[in-house]
Write a protein that binds this ligand. Sequence first.
Ligand code: FAD
Ligand code: FES
Ligand code: FES
Length: 483
Amino acid sequence: MIQFLLNRELRTEQQLDPNVTVLNYLREHLGKPGTKEGCASGDCGACTVVVGELDTSEGRERIRYRTLNSCLTFVSSLHGKQLISVEDLKHQGQLHSVQQAMVDCHGSQCGFCTPGFVMSLFALQKNSNGYNKAETLEALAGNLCRCTGYRPIIDAAEQACCQKQPDQFDNAEAQTIAQLKAIAPLDTAELNSGDKRCLLPLTVADLADIYAANPQARLLAGGTDLALEVTQFHRELPVMIYVGHIESMKRIDINDETIEIGAATALSDCYSALAKDYPDFGELLHRFASLQIRNQGTLGGNIGNASPIGDAPPLLIALGAQIVLRKGNESRTLPLEDYFIDYKVTARQEAEFIEKIIVPRAQANRAFRAYKVSKRLDDDISAVCAAFNIEVLDGVVHSARIAFGGMAAIPKRAAACEAALNGAAWYPGVIEQACAALAEDFTPLSDFRASKEYRLLIAQNLLRKFFLEMQAPEVETRVTAYV
Ligand SMILES: Cc1cc2nc3c(=O)[nH]c(=O)nc-3n(C[C@H](O)[C@H](O)[C@H](O)COP(=O)(O)OP(=O)(O)OC[C@H]3O[C@@H](n4cnc5c(N)ncnc54)[C@H](O)[C@@H]3O)c2cc1C
Ligand code: FES
Ligand code: FES
């Protein structure tokens, strides 16, 4: 059984197919068609809903509101949370102030994408103190308006943020917190329908036991990758284990030497921990998909899906990150670069899972830069992602760590390039030798994102760019490169 709040109403679900997305649940099971399906693949934002969760991180109880793509969220992950859809905003016959702003500023043109924009604006208003253009663009980057009418929508964001007043959600916050605490999960829950099951453990030990007993199960974190198997490939996932309720797997511990990030930590939550030490990691996370996907998708899922074009792995590999894998009561620590073996083949054993990711803290003597090259600045997957981590002492390169995504079947270190640099002078001629060595490291493929020739050339040019930026560190071009 799972329980959640549908706005303020307690819902209990026991016999529900765990493959049902929140979008289909709203539209088909509850007859609430306000939330729209545009793409069913996380790209358009028409299906955006807001999920409220109890947050005690700042020493007081409050509800944290975040946008999600309901097309990629399974209902099981709502357990213990509050689901708010566009139907819930109008109150006592009055439009919500974000809806009124959309009307006043003529922000609704086709109307189909409008509910998604409204929900993104609602979450923006809830999380902002006044209007901020950069925050607005970030909040709306995952909502596509095909008639290019963004200007009035941005105007609506400004009006909604500037004229923010307490709304029905603020007025009911104390009661909603009490309701959420009353349904907070206390033990492993389960949602099932016939043979199809989703298990929701609360502790790592329970996860290990349940996975050992169900080694054929698919681990579900944010679902931004896994749910595509259901929505795009029309497969059924008979057994899933949801890791999003395990608090220790959502924790970030920052020590003198390391940043330890639980595998189920949402990408949005990784930002502050990683961006402080590695500003380029922060920049990359800003350009990772959309806010909806970052609120939902996890760092562990980005490694777990073993995609050759995943953005975090090349950066983590260049930084020398390790992962802790657990199976039953046994844990082992593995350098992340040894996890990826071949296309979608990893070192993960049956019933083994990634528990946490260990990232070394920044060192004053090392320079780290990362670059994501994609066709669009926002909400796009990399054609090539590069990460450089080097120490140059008295003009000589020491222990270069260079990794690329999009250049091979796996995220991979550039061993020949590193060998050309290590022990050599940090000098343009050596950089050219290292660029030539990249052709030994990689034989990239052509696909709709980039041709193999382009990929190799851009990889070489990114090394040249890194070198030039190191000569003039005040130039901050960073990961903002795009085709
Ligand atoms: C529109 C869109 C845009 C995207 N943009 C980007 C982008 O810019 N950059 C990028 O890198 N990716 C992108 N992605 C891919 C995806 O969002 C990320 O890879 C995300 O980090 C996946 O995390 P998740 O928690 O949603 O994983 P899930 O979908 O829950 O899981 C992904 C895989 O990892 C496995 N898994 C999950 N947790 C664990 C664990 N703890 N241990 C072992 N295995 C585990 C799952 O079983 C599954 O096989 C995008 C996806 C979409 C839909
Ligand atoms: S329907 Fe397009 S993002 Fe969900
Ligand atoms: S208003 Fe819907 S596509 Fe532009």
